[in-house]
Design a binder for this molecule. Structure first.
Ligand SMILES: N=CN[C@@H](CCC(=O)O)C(=O)O
Length: 332
């Protein structure tokens, strides 16, 4: 598995803050291809974000997330026995020279695509459910493609494209003019890997009309704007979740969450307005409980951006979201 680093049992105790009479999730988790339904994968990179002209720093989320997640209390509702820490990608060697043109970053993203896709196919071959923590949103494309390829080549599905729901302020359906964090869903759709695509929480101010023209009135696309829910009150958040559930019920669905849809979370495209953390948790809970889920991908967050902004809370939010997801699928 190119660029992929694994953990050993000896790594976990260094990440766990032990307390007498308490058991932390990390004390119950396994590493590698453990006997667990879920595997955790990190993609600590911001090459895709930079290829899209964004602010780097998304590589900072993974290790802080791991610390937050492994230090959750092991309880009946989530013991830790459910999850194995598979590993993370190290794309450091692909980093272009300082001030390299954007094309160099886009070239690096193509290599990331290949590496991620391969690992996803391996995860599926082992019968595991991938929980992926990014990284830029560019990684939706190799996830969707890896899923569709597995369905086509291994499961002999005649119509292998999967559905995706994306909690995001941006559609990431920009033109196919070189790979980056803003066009992963377009590549997946045009290549026949993505069937239906729902966007929940789009910002009217940060999605261009040309891209929107390709999404609005398209039978496979369902853009839902934050303003229609929270500003104009055309529908409630709960109604939106139920509509999404009905629209995506026909086949396996990838669950995407871009942290820039939550207000004030540290991201390349951080926003002072957006959904709340509780709404993000409801989204994850609802989709995990009601859909035939294919994977969970949480991305674009950072604990430290290249512009110097820092916030450790991002990691804590992601740990909540991952625990909500697993609990919802367990039906606790
Ligand atoms: N994945 C994020 N995509 C956004 C990024 C915007 C930004 O960094 O400012 C987009 O392309 O619109």
């Amino acid at each position: 598995m190119d660029f992929f680093k694994t953990y050993s049992e000896d790594d976990l105790p260094h990440i766990i803050r032990h307390r007498p009479n308490e058991i932390k999730l990390g004390e119950k988790m396994s590493v590698g291809w453990g006997d667990t339904p879920y595997v955790l994968i990190g993609i600590p990179e911001s090459l895709g974000v930079k290829a899209n002209g964004g602010i780097g720093g998304t590589e900072s989320l993974w290790s802080s997330f791991l610390f937050s997640f492994l230090n959750i209390q092991s309880t009946e509702k989530l013991t830790g026995d459910e999850v194995s820490l598979l590993g993370y990608f190290d794309f450091e060697s692909l980093t272009p020279d300082h001030e390299a043109p954007v094309e160099k970053y886009q070239k690096a993203v193509k290599k990331i695509d290949k590496a991620v896709q391969k690992v996803i196919r391996k995860v599926l071959a082992h019968g595991k459910f991938p929980i992926v923590i990014g990284g830029g949103h560019n990684n939706c494309y190799p996830l969707i493609k890896g899923m569709a390829e597995f369905r086509a080549k291994v499961q002999n599905e005649k119509d292998p494209a999967i559905n995706v729901v994306n909690f995001d302020a941006h559609a990431d359906f920009r033109k196919m003019d070189g790979r980056h964090s803003g066009n992963g869903f377009r590549y997946a759709y045009e290549e026949g890997c993505l069937h239906r695509y729902v966007m929940l929480g789009l910002s009217e101010n940060y999605n261009g009309q040309e891209m929107l023209n390709d999404l609005i009135h398209h039978p496979d696309m369902a853009p839902i704007f934050w303003e229609d829910i929270e500003l104009r009150k055309k529908l409630t958040f709960q109604e939106a979740l139920e509509r999404i559930q009905a629209f995506l019920a026909d086949r396996p669905t990838g669950i995407e969450l871009d942290l820039d849809a939550i207000e004030n979370v540290l991201c390349s495209a951080m926003s002072p307005t957006g959904f709340s953390i509780s709404q993000a948790r409801q989204y994850v809970h609802h989709m995990a409980s009601h859909l035939d889920t294919a994977y969970l991908h949480i991305c674009e967050g950072a604990v430290e951006l290249e512009n110097g902004l820092m916030d450790q809370n991002t990691a804590h939010i992601v740990a909540f979201l991952v625990s909500d997801f697993i609990k919802a699928r367990k039906v606790v």
